[in-house]
Design a protein around this ligand. Structure first.
Ligand code: SF4
Length: 249
């Protein structure tokens, strides 16, 4: 019998992630999710979703495999009202039964961002307060999480493996190989409701202060536009991978 995941050392976990990445490369997103949820990380894995422009397809796949799978939504207190409504509507539509809404710590928020304008002065600190720490608290009881990052997003995501280990958690990226064509076809096939802001020119949707409409080739160009910031930090650096924390939203 193999040792429980939690008892494996860091190097063993890294090797396990690399072996899984090689074994699951080329499999469909549904196959990857089924392996992760039903075999490799049973009861120890959560999905983290922004309920953004591209979230519906992966959430639909998770719901089809296990509607009780934990889905973490970080309510930063800076989301568009449309995102909060969409989170409720899409969760009900998909029959998700275990959506866990996490928020910034109120004491930290009061001390570090009393006026709610930290995003203007120090967006990295704002993301740490409103995304990184809540995400880390939410994932404390899990060995692995599922993210919706895709290689077509480019930059540090261009060579994403299907499975990573960041020193604390395994991360499963079922949609790495999918682009807009596959996503749009899936959404159309299952008639999944779109985020309402997509029709208003937002191909990527995060917090309202840091999201702009975008019609360029890079869907993420509207995130922190003009600031040079491209990452929120919820993705810890992966050993042997790109050095900076990566953005998932
Ligand atoms: S995306 Fe903007 S508002 Fe949201 S947590 Fe980061 S800096 Fe703050």
């Amino acid at each position: 019998m193999s040792a429980p995941l939690a008892d494996l050392g860091p190097e063993t976990k890294l090797a396990r992630a690399q072996a899984l990445a090689a074994a699951w490369e080329g499999k469909s997103p549904q196959e990857i999710l089924a392996h992760a949820l039903r075999e490799e990380f049973v009861g120890k894995i959560a999905m983290v979703s922004s309920f953004g422009a591209e979230s519906a397809s992966l959430l639909h796949m998770v719901a089809a495999i296990d509607p009780n799978a934990p889905v973490i939504f970080i309510d930063t207190d800076k989301h568009f009202a449309q995102t909060l409504d969409y989170q409720q509507e899409l969760s009900a539509f998909l029959g998700l039964k275990n959506v866990q809404i996490v928020k910034p710590d109120p004491t930290e928020e009061r001390i570090e961002d009393p006026k709610g304008d930290l995003w203007k002065r120090d967006p990295d600190a704002c993301c740490t307060l409103r995304k990184v720490r809540p995400n880390e608290r939410a994932l404390a009881g899990f060995e692995a999480w599922i993210s919706g990052r895709k290689r077509h997003h480019g930059s540090v995501r261009a060579h994403l493996p299907v499975v990573e280990h960041d020193g604390i958690h395994f991360k499963v990226n079922p949609l790495v190989a999918w682009g807009p064509k596959e996503i749009n076809a899936y959404v159309a096939q299952y008639k999944l409701p779109p985020h309402p802001l997509v029709a208003e020119g937002y191909p990527s949707i995060g917090c309202w202060p840091c999201t702009s409409p975008s019609d360029g080739e890079n869907a993420r160009a509207g995130r922190w536009a003009g600031s040079g910031k491209t990452e929120c930090g919820i993705h810890r650096p992966v050993p042997g991978g790109p050095g900076k924390r990566q953005q998932a939203f």
